[in-house]
Design a protein around this ligand. Structure first.
Ligand code: 0O2
Length: 231
């Protein structure tokens, strides 16, 4: 017999077969387990450490050239189970680990804050040149900011990590941005969850204006630094 139950699908309820629903719940549990405590999270932490170390080396190389620290701050994180579920739902995908691994670029993410806009491209170029890193995709939201006003350079890459006798290529999203871009993105991120539908359009426009101000501030600071470099 094909028994059905009503389950929530976003804002509405839909009817689904009990067998399908059981399968979905099983996959969801599996996803939670893998993203919380598993070989994936342990290897993901290793991938983060490796990329953070690579950024340290890149910073040292650029520091020797320029006499200043180019990377001001760096962080890494594994995307939380809740955040992965939200993103899969937004993309209309099933809560399944293999789908998440294929379709979500930032399951493992590293972010580096650079002093000036041109530093971002210098760091990216040195990362791209590493033999144990291969670039899958570059998303340049600095040259072409998102509609929201968001700016950053994203490198979706794979890093080779040697575990005992086997080498595994692990996907990581590296976000490179200035402190001003980071300031905008973190406030935008906070406000996104708080803004009501009614005011959304007006707030979006205001945030776009702030993003434009931040971009011109970054350009101005870069011009000043270039002037000083010439002295
Ligand atoms: P969270 O919570 O920060 O992790 P795609 O399939 O590649 O088109 P995707 O993965 O959304 O879709 O790619 P995109 O647009 O490059 O976004 C990747 C990440 O960039 C986001 O991850 C955010 O961290 C950041 N980002 C992109 N757009 C915005 C924006 O308008 N504002 C802010 N504050 N951050 C943004 P998550 O998982 O969406 O979010």
């Amino acid at each position: 017999m094909n028994s059905c139950i009503a389950v929530r699908d976003g804002q509405k309820f839909i009817f689904t077969r009990i067998g399908d629903e059981k399968q979905k719940v099983k996959k969801q549990d599996q996803l939670k387990e893998i993203l919380t405590d598993s070989e994936f999270t342990m290897k993901g932490s290793c991938a983060i450490s490796l990329l953070l170390t690579k950024l340290d080396i890149v910073n040292t190389i650029l520091m020797i050239e320029s006499g200043r620290s180019v990377i001001q701050q760096k962080t890494g994180r594994l995307k939380s189970y809740d955040s992965v579920c939200k993103k899969l739902e937004k993309k209309g995908l099933e809560p399944d680990f293999n789908i998440a691994l294929e379709k979500i670029n930032d399951l493992i993410g590293v972010r580096a804050i650079c002093a000036y806009v041109d530093d971002i491209y210098k760091v990216a170029a040195l990362i791209e040149r590493q033999k144990d890193i291969r670039i899958i995709k570059t998303k340049d939201y600095i040259r072409e900011p998102k509609k929201s006003g968001y700016q950053s350079l994203h490198l979706i890459l794979e890093a080779a990590i040697s575990f005992q006798s086997e080498t595994q290529w692990i996907k990581i999203e590296l976000q490179l941005r200035t402190a001003a871009m980071d300031y905008w993105a973190s406030l935008d991120h906070q406000l996104r969850y708080k803004r009501g539908r009614k005011e959304a359009q007006l707030i979006d426009e205001e945030l776009q204006q702030c993003a434009a101000m931040i971009s011109s501030l970054d350009q101005k600071m870069l011009k000043i630094r270039k002037k000083i470099d010439k002295i």
